[in-house]
Ligand binder design. Structure first.
Ligand code: ATP
Ligand code: NCN
Length: 213
């Protein structure tokens, strides 16, 4: 049986940035993934999402990944609607592709810290290898979280990556204030944001805030 290693990069991607692309590429290389599927969430559980529509987040994800032949985007969570639970996405992919596919869910360490609060975390670890990007200096303590899952903890894989202090929250703030986001997001995404006025709040307060900078 020929094995295919499929990476799944789930995220709100509000907007997608170089931190996301970098960890996906590092995971692809380290775990010899054949492909990485970017899956923008429709509704991220327990997260307030504002500033861009689901459709815009999907479009930006497509623009950001278009130049990498190993990256593709799926709108499966958008089509499924409702809360985008990772266990549902993994079950769907496992059923679609069968046992010849090994699934690698790619995430940041902050995600690993929260994994116990997700829907059916043990089931998630049965369905995939759960990759957690960590700081290269090893300063993050995720061993106790790995141990807390017992035998299933072996499905959590540490991936040391260069630290990139970029977040979508900070990017939305910068865009609102008219600050540069160059070298933080792909140029095609920056262009889309500019043309469509995404995240550019037009309220009186934000104009006042901009003037102070
Ligand atoms: N700079 C980064 N380096 C490594 N991993 C990251 C980075 N930014 C986000 N991630 C990881 O990418 C995944 C998707 O993240 P998400 O789309 O929520 O982006 P975010 O920048 O964390 O967003 P927000 O600031 O809105 O919370 C998560 O698992 C998160 O841990
Ligand atoms: O399944 C869950 O319970 C669950 C809870 C929180 C987040 N997730 C998924 O984790 C990914 C990253 O989420 P976030 O909050 O970092 O944007 C995204 O694909 C979410 O759908 C999944």
């Amino acid at each position: 049986m020929e094995i295919t290693r499929l990476g799944i990069m789930g995220g709100t991607f509000n907007p997608i940035h170089l931190g996301h692309l970098m960890i996906a590429e590092e995971a692809r290389q380290t775990f010899h993934l054949d492909k990485v599927l970017f899956v923008p969430s429709y509704i991220t559980p327990n997260k307030n999402v504002n500033g861009a529509t689901a459709e815009q987040r999907l479009t930006m994800t497509r623009l950001a990944t278009a130049d990498n032949p190993r990256f593709t985007v799926s709108d499966m969570e958008m089509r499924r609607k409702g809360n985008s639970y990772t266990v549902d996405t993994l079950r769907f992919l496992k059923k679609l592709y069968g046992p010849s596919y090994i699934l690698y869910f790619i995430s940041g360490t902050d995600t690993i810290h929260d994994l116990h609060n997700w829907k059916e975390p043990e089931e998630i670890l049965k369905l995939c290898q759960f990759v957690g990007a960590t700081r290269p200096d090893g300063s993050e303590q995720i061993d106790s979280i790995i141990a807390s899952f017992g035998e299933l903890g072996k499905h959590i894989l540490k991936l040391p990556v260069p630290t990139m202090e970029i977040s979508s929250t900070e990017l939305r703030r910068r865009i609102r204030l008219g600050l540069s986001v160059r070298y933080m997001i792909p140029p095609a995404v920056a262009e889309y944001i500019r043309k469509n006025g995404v995240y550019q709040c037009t309220t009186k307060n934000s104009k006042i805030e901009s003037k102070r900078i």
